[in-house]
Ligand binder design. Structure first.
Ligand SMILES: Cc1cc2nc3c(=O)[nH]c(=O)nc-3n(C[C@H](O)[C@H](O)[C@H](O)COP(=O)(O)OP(=O)(O)OC[C@H]3O[C@@H](n4cnc5c(N)ncnc54)[C@H](O)[C@@H]3O)c2cc1C
Length: 341
């Protein structure tokens, strides 16, 4: 099948398949005939039954000869090899993956190995009848536009803007199963298996970070307490991590992890560019004794004060507020008082 679009979801998200459908239909307008959408369900990564609701024409359930594919970094190589086979056999117009750590890695490696064009964490459009790429830049104030010189286009797409289909598909996609030899991964030597914390700093919607304004490692209890009150995860700037107070997976910054949170609370952090470059937050709250601290340039709510005083006070206030809102039968006077604030 030449000219089709392969889409390789990692979860039941219908947005990615719907985007493949949209692009295929737009491509078809400029060609004679249809451009099919083939959804690939990697056995062990995503349940094929979850993908039947998308608008794919075909659902290809793919398994390696020896068991199942492995999600996560350790399974990337095998998935790249399996997709290489599909690309070599079918010459798709594009291969779409989600912009996740695995999807980005697979897109970059597959784009290279099939001598196609790779786009990581971007979006695809049809310009002048052909696939073109892009990505918002400078906080959405500009747009980077790319043209592809090679085919296929292998792209990991940011899922945020991808809407679920408005209409339900007619019927189910035609289902096929393939077992492929993906071979041993001789190029990768596994030295260690690192457990990713459940509340990974990069994924947590609420992050409370402490900086070098805290005096000793034990003072991070204060950060843990505030994170606990907010239901968030603990992070740090680099110096406390360098000092061995917290493990490296908690470090936020260009040499640590990026944050993309609803709420980021920066306690005793100066706001150095190496830190802030990696912080995206809908709301940033900063607590710092220095009114001139750079962090206040980014803060939606700034508290000029001592974290040893305001940290516990904030945690207590949050706990009080959530206890009140959880109380199904509040005292009339308390309820009236809350409403007036
Ligand atoms: C190549 C390179 C890579 C780097 N990568 C990273 C990185 O990935 N992440 C990162 O974070 N940094 C990184 N850094 C380090 C970075 O340059 C800064 O040194 C670091 O971010 C500063 O951390 P900080 O704000 O916690 O500490 P400081 O700069 O020491 O700031 C402490 C802040 O706490 C405030 N404070 C002090 N006491 C209190 C109190 N009681 N209550 C409230 N506030 C108080 C102070 O006013 C000050 O603003 C990197 C540096 C280099 C050169």
């Amino acid at each position: 099948m030449t000219g089709h679009v392969l889409v390789v979801p990692e979860t039941a998200e219908t947005g990615l398949v719907a985007e493949a459908r949209r692009l295929a239909d737009r491509l078809a307008e400029t060609r004679d005939g249809d451009v099919a959408v083939v959804a690939v369900a990697m056995d062990g990564v995503v349940d094929a039954d979850d993908l039947t609701a998308g608008h794919a024409d075909e659902l290809c359930v793919l398994a390696p000869e020896d068991g199942a594919f492995e999600p996560g970094a350790a399974g990337v190589e095998a998935r790249v090899r399996a997709l290489e086979t599909l690309v070599d056999e079918g010459e798709p117009r594009a291969v779409l993956l989600p912009a996740t750590p695995d999807g980005d890695e697979i897109a970059a490696r597959l784009g290279d190995s099939v001598r196609g064009a790779a786009l990581v964490d971007g979006l695809l459009q049809i310009r002048d009848g052909d696939l073109a790429g892009g990505r918002p830049a400078y906080d959405g104030r500009a747009f980077e536009a790319y043209e592809f010189e090679r085919s296929p286009v292998v792209a990991s797409l940011a899922l945020d803007g991808l809407a679920a289909p408005e209409t339900a598909p007619d019927g189910e996609p035609e289902r096929t199963s393939r077992t492929l030899a993906v071979g041993d991964d001789a190029g990768v030597e596994r030295l260690d298996v690192v457990e990713i914390p459940e509340q990974d700093v990069s994924r947590a919607p609420t992050v409370v970070a402490g900086g070098m304004g805290l005096e000793v490692a034990a003072d991070f209890e204060l950060i843990e307490n505030l994170a606990d009150a907010l239901g968030g995860t603990v992070a740090a700037s680099r110096p406390p991590v360098d000092a061995g107070w917290l493990p490296y997976d908690r470090q936020v910054g260009v040499t640590g992890k990026p944050v993309d949170a609803d709420l980021y609370v920066a306690c005793a952090i100066s706001g150095d560019p190496y830190h802030m470059e990696a912080v995206e937050a809908d709301t940033l709250v900063a607590v710092n004794t220095d009114p001139e601290a750079r962090i206040f340039e980014f803060a939606d709510v700034g508290v000029v004060g001592d974290v040893y005083e305001y940290g516990p006070a904030l945690a207590a206030a949050i706990r009080d507020a959530s206890a009140e809102s959880d109380d199904p039968d509040p005292e009339p006077a308390a309820a009236a008082g809350e409403g007036q604030r």
